[in-house]
Every structure is written in C-alpha cells, then in structure tokens.
Design a protein around this ligand. Structure first.
Ligand SMILES: [Zn+2]
Ligand SMILES: [Zn+2]
Length: 369
C-alpha cells in the first residue's frame, strides 16, 4: 500500500494516508516516484485559491520515477515501447482531446476544456494521480518521456522549466535582444536561462529576495535589481540605464503580482513584446492607483502583450532534452535544491510560501510504508 500526502480540504494541513494500489487498465502503468516537487501552485492549492480543484487531492504535478509495472503497451513519441524499469517523466496534462475547437481550430491545446492535470485537477477520487506519493498511476493516454538526466537535474527545472520555455517561445526572443525578466522565483530563473539560450545579448532581472537574485546571476542574468529596496520609478530608471534609454526589447513577467503587469509594459521599449506568465493564480485586478494607462502604456507604445497559459507536450519534451544534454545542462546544476520526505510536506509548503527555498523537492523514498 503506497503512502501518499494529501491536502484534505482548502486551508487544511497535509495528511499522510495509505492508498490501495490500483488495478491497471490496459495500456497504463504504475510509476515508482523518485522525486516530485512543491511549487507556488501547490501553495495556492493548499490555500484553496485555484478553481476546479477536487479536494481531497494528492499534489505534485511534475515528477520523475521508474516504471514499475506496465499493463499492455506504452509508446514514446518515437514509437519505441517503454519497459518496466525505465526512468521517465510524464506530461502532467492528460486528456487534451485533439477534437475540440481550441485543439483543432485555434491550435491552442492548453485551452482545451477537457484537459486534466495530475496533482491539480485530478483528485484522490481519481486514484494515485499526484506526485507526493510513493506511486503514481499513469492512466492510459498519459504521455511519458524517457529521461537520460538524473532526477535531480530534471527536477531542478521541474514544472517551472516547461512554463518558462513556453513563455520564451511566446516572446519570440531575437538574437541580440535585451530581455527583462520580472520575478526571481523558479519560473523567472528558468526564463533567464531560456532567454539566454534563445540568443539574448543580456538578460536583466528584477526580483527578491537577495538569495534568489544571486541565483539569477548564477543562471546567467547580466544584472539584477532588488524590488524590496526600489520603487517603480527607480526600477524604470535602472532599466532605461541598461538599455540606452529605450527599455527592454522583450519583458517576461513571472511574479504573481498584478501590479507587475503594468510595470512590465512600462519597462519595455516602444514596439517591444511583453509576455505575462506569472498570473496563473487569480490575484485580482491591478490596484486602481497602479492600473495601466491604455494610451501611454499600450497603444502609443505600439506594444505586443501576450498571455501564456500552461504548457503542452512540446514544451515538456524540449525541457527534458535540454536538461539531458551535458553541453546545455550547466545552469540547472547550480540551482539549490531543498529536499523533503512525505511527512515534511507541510514544512515544504511553508518554506516555498515564504520564499526561503528556491526549489523544494519531495522525495517519497525516505519514508517506509
Ligand atoms: Zn480539446
Ligand atoms: Zn508547478
């Protein structure tokens, strides 16, 4: 009987439970979890701030492990069969229908109304569908990716890497661009790495606290500014100083603070691009005093502002390839990882909420069943 960590209700502490292992359906598998993670989304799940979440649930949307049992056949995108014992990760998004208007006409599969996400919109009633568990049930149709990287190497990017990769793809960074990243959490740090790899000449980062800005510098940021010791005007002056008075060519907002969206627009040069990826949870509208001015901040600037929601298989696949490539994986090896076992999930949530750790990992191997 695998041990799991469960959020029973919004605002309730995480509990340990024992769950019966499922009977495998045809073309499904059981994953023995090596590592899962705690990200900002899990903090909001615990606080009940996401819509459409079926409590109780086992959190943990991105995980790595070994395929312990396979029933039937599971294939990778190259048509090769997975074998028991293979180390894999899997796309947390399941049941994208490839039949609805968003999938087929808009070609925006992250807006497919049928998609379910392991650890977020699959609850305990759906089975072992989260990574804070010794085992995950990979339902038929789950897209697995063979992993050559170590679990630590892949999880250093974790769910933030495909998210950041998607944002940088939306940003269409051109060779030589100056890219500004707002936010120095996991998505911000991964956006710095991705922007750099996409050909940015310099990547700037505005965030906090100082420890995370140090991580931003290690990840490749050319210059950083602490949000705790500056006001908006000082931040704008700093960006202008760094960009010959024009503003960033591209700004990626990864903060979670509504007010940062207006600032992202103001810190970007005329005819530049802004990608908003940090508002995955609803934090409400911008405060009246800081709301953007449609004439000054958008129309007159001839600005291109794009939202970026979730990620699809392509982002996940590319993330797995890039961290597995020794010539490319360097930036993730510098990332500081904090490790917790299943019984320490509440502590992990508190540390992530307080920004005390950059990347919190759940290692369910530490606790005996
Ligand atoms: Zn669809
Ligand atoms: Zn996440």
């Amino acid at each position: 009987m695998p041990l799991v960590a469960v959020i029973p209700n919004p605002n309730a502490a995480v509990e340990m439970r024992e769950i019966v292992s499922p009977t495998l359906e045809l073309n499904s598998a059981l994953l023995e979890v090596e590592l899962s993670e705690v990200c900002g989304t899990d903090v909001y799940l615990q606080q009940g701030r996401l819509e459409g979440v079926p409590y109780p649930l086992i959190p943990g949307h991105v995980s790595v492990g070994h395929l312990r049992k396979i029933r039937g056949e599971m294939l990778d995108v190259d048509g090769r069969t997975f074998k028991e014992g293979d180390r894999v990760t899997f796309l947390d998004v399941h049941r994208t229908c490839n039949a609805c208007w968003y999938c087929l006409v808009a070609r925006a599969s992250t807006r497919c109304p049928h998609r379910k996400v392991y650890g977020i919109t699959y609850g305990l009633a759906d089975g072992l569908c989260g990574g804070w568990s010794q085992e995950i049930y990979l339902k038929p149709g789950t897209r697995c990716i063979r992993l050559d990287a170590t679990p630590e190497q892949f999880m250093a990017g974790g769910c933030a890497l495909p998210t950041a990769l998607h944002a940088v793809e939306r940003a269409e960074v051109k060779i030589g661009d100056v890219v500004l990243v707002l936010g120095s959490g996991p998505v911000g740090i991964n956006a710095i790495i991705m922007a750099w790899m996409s050909g940015a000449s310099r990547v700037l980062c505005i965030g906090a606290p100082q420890a995370r800005l140090d991580s931003a510098l290690k990840a490749g940021a050319a210059a950083v500014l602490n949000i705790e010791t500056t006001d908006e005007q000082q931040r704008l002056s700093w960006v202008l100083e760094q960009t010959s008075g024009r503003g960033a060519d591209v700004t990626i907002e990864a903060t979670g603070a509504p007010v940062a969206v207006a600032q992202a627009m103001r810190f970007t040069r005329d005819a530049g691009r802004v990608v908003i990826v940090g508002q995955y949870t609803d934090h409400g509208p911008m405060p009246e005093s800081a709301a953007f001015n449609p004439h000054l901040d958008l129309n007159k600037k001839h600005l291109d502002v794009r939202g970026c929601w979730g990620s699809d298989f392509s982002h996940f696949y590319r993330a797995a390839q890039i961290v597995s490539e020794p010539a490319r994986s360097g930036p993730w090896s510098t990332m500081q990882l904090a490790r917790y076992d299943l019984s320490q999930a509440n502590e992990a949530l508190e540390d992530v909420a307080a920004g005390r750790v950059l990347k919190a990992l759940i290692d369910p191997r530490g606790v005996a069943a």
